[in-house]
Write a protein that binds this ligand. Structure first.
Ligand code: PDD
Length: 287
């Protein structure tokens, strides 16, 4: 079955999907995006993703190209046309195209909208989670508005490539004060020796992860103690467990940081329990 991509109001074959060479997303990274998990053909955590998308647009003063409901319809239709059961859907909105000028074009310039859906088999992810992943620390070279989900992802690419070179699946980014901000494409968490779950508080330095927010709801429900504050790698190395969260990984155990084992070097029991609780939530979310 050929893949179909949504581009500016049309559903076109993957090989024919294109945007203009002077699109501002291409020239300036003047664009925002969302990645949502798809489970049994449904969007997981749709409301939170659409709220964050609206916020990203607002922070960059990109006029909303259509209502959140219409954008969600595009995502659902792209999922349907590609017959994705389990996988991901990617939605990007750019400020549009025009001759290369730094200042914004008029609000009448149509925004570029692209939506891509991709099937991802859950089995390899579960196999990875059973082993846990390694992370590598890297300096956080990003701008000071990492709370906006822009496509300006070169620092994340560089960090992840360096991590891959060391056999690590994710990079943990370190700020100028030596604190972990977040993963290159995930939020970072540890579990203290006393069993308190720790993740950095929401601020311009990090992305407010949708998975993070839903996991905090689960922690509250389950009465698991948690605190939102920064932590250093020295503290993470003393932690009982560590993990990352993102739409693509859900809850993924971290078992090594820069080559040093966390806890006994195996995925932590609380992490695995949270992963399975999140999985249950995802299965019913949007169904
Ligand atoms: N990345 N922090 C950063 C820098 C991210 O890029 C992401 C997500 C997250 C986790 O957010 P969420 O739980 O809403 O996925 C945190 C996506 C998955 C990506 O770029 O592919």
């Amino acid at each position: 079955m050929s893949r179909i991509v949504y581009v500016n109001g049309r559903y076109v074959p993957y090989a024919k999907a294109a945007v203009h060479v002077e699109d501002r997303g291409f020239q300036f990274a003047d664009a925002i995006y969302e990645v949502c998990q798809v489970r049994a053909g449904n969007l997981v955590d749709e409301e939170r993703h659409m709220a964050r998308l609206a916020r990203s647009l607002g922070e960059l003063k990109i006029p909303a190209p259509m209502s959140a409901a219409a954008l969600a319809h595009v995502m659902r239709e792209t999922i349907r046309r590609n017959r994705v059961k389990d996988g991901l859907v990617y939605l990007q909105v750019t400020r549009g195209e025009g001759p290369r000028e730094f200042v914004f074009p008029g609000e009448d310039v149509p925004r570029t909208i692209v939506c891509i859906a991709r099937a991802v088999s859950p089995a390899p992810h579960d196999a990875t989670a059973a082993q846990g992943i390694a992370v590598k620390t890297m300096p956080d070279l990003r701008w000071r508005r990492s709370d906006i989900k822009t496509v300006m992802l070169l620092p994340a690419c560089l960090a992840k490539e360096a991590a891959r070179g060391d056999g690590a699946r994710e990079a943990w980014l370190i700020d100028n004060e030596g604190f972990v901000t977040e993963g290159a494409s995930s939020n970072a968490w540890i579990v203290s020796a006393e069993g308190t779950v720790i993740t950095r508080q929401i601020a311009p330095a990090i992305l407010a992860g949708v998975t993070r927010a839903t996991l905090i709801d689960l922690l509250r429900e389950e009465k698991v103690p948690y605190v939102e504050r920064p932590f250093r790698i020295a503290e993470a190395l003393q932690a009982r467990e560590a993990f990352i969260t993102s739409a693509t990984n859900t809850v993924m155990p971290v078992v090594r940081i820069d080559g040093s084992p966390i806890g006994d070097g195996k995925p932590g029991p609380l992490t695995l329990e949270l992963r399975s609780k999140f999985d249950h939530f995802a299965a019913i979310s949007g169904a």
